[in-house]
Ligand binder design. Structure first.
Ligand code: CTP
Ligand code: CA
Length: 222
């Protein structure tokens, strides 16, 4: 994992990455979201750039600096993230979905701030968001697709099932308690050969390990 990646490992390739959360508006000042710092996705963007890839990073609302040499497209909602991805995916050889996309959005967005009324609760109707990764993986000539799964339990079972369901060659899984918000993580890579645990490490080191595995898989395909 600590081994240096060769500088031209992904030269000539366009890598498209989603990172961070999405925010689904309820009204002008409120929304529902998933918790995600964006650090893992930004670390991957840096790692891919460092080994020569052209990198497009579609980022939800995060407070992180844009990695040097990376084209960043900022979005807020899952619908905006999907549009940005579909616009950029044309010549991408690799798509890495790291974003914690909100699975649901409010059916209606209130134009004005919702006022508290009465003494009881408030019911929100939610509708399902499109699955960006599944959509990209199902394109006629799809890029090499990498998924992420952060689970609170049953990691092997849920991650393997997700990889198969979305038809992904590679999926990166982690337990929420190991990674969320922090600088380090512990992940397991899942591919058709099985599970490959990486040692616990900084998110930058883990990004390097993922890129090494991904590049080896791309090289085997050719
Ligand atoms: N993903 C996506 N668009 C969505 C939901 C998820 O692109 N609307 C991507 C994520 O970026 C991640 C992968 O799909 O790479 C798995 O996300 P996850 O939330 O773990 O899976 P879901 O299919 O949404 O299943 P669930 O939340 O029920 O576990
Ligand atoms: Ca989800």
């Amino acid at each position: 994992l600590a081994a240096a990646l060769s500088p031209g490992l992904l030269a000539g390739r366009h890598v498209l990455i989603t990172a961070g959360p999405t925010l689904e508006a309820i009204d002008p000042v409120r929304g529902i979201t998933n918790i995600s710092s964006g650090k893992m996705g930004f670390a991957l963007a840096r790692a891919c750039r460092r080994v020569g890839a052209r990198v497009t990073l579609v980022a939800g609302p995060v407070s992180l600096a844009t990695p040097r040499g990376v084209e960043r497209i900022d979005v807020v909602s899952a619908a905006q993230m999907r549009d940005a991805v579909l616009r950029a995916v044309g010549d991408a050889g690799v798509f890495i979905g790291v974003a914690a996309v909100a699975d649901y959005r409010p059916a209606e967005v209130s134009e004005h701030k919702i006022k508290k009324s009465g003494g009881s609760g408030l019911a929100l109707e939610l509708v399902q968001n499109p699955d960006i990764l599944a959509e990209v993986a199902a394109l006629p000539n799809p890029p090499f697709c990498v998924g992420f799964a952060a689970e609170s339990r049953n990691l092997d079972e849920y991650a393997s099932a997700k990889r198969l369901k979305k038809r992904l060659p590679l999926l990166v899984g982690n337990l929420i308690q190991d990674g969320m918000g922090g600088e380090s993580n512990r992940v397991v890579l899942y591919d058709e050969l099985g599970r490959h645990p990486l040692p616990a490490a900084s998110k930058d080191e883990i990004a390097g390990g993922i890129v090494a595995h991904l590049a080896a898989m791309l090289a085997n395909k050719q």
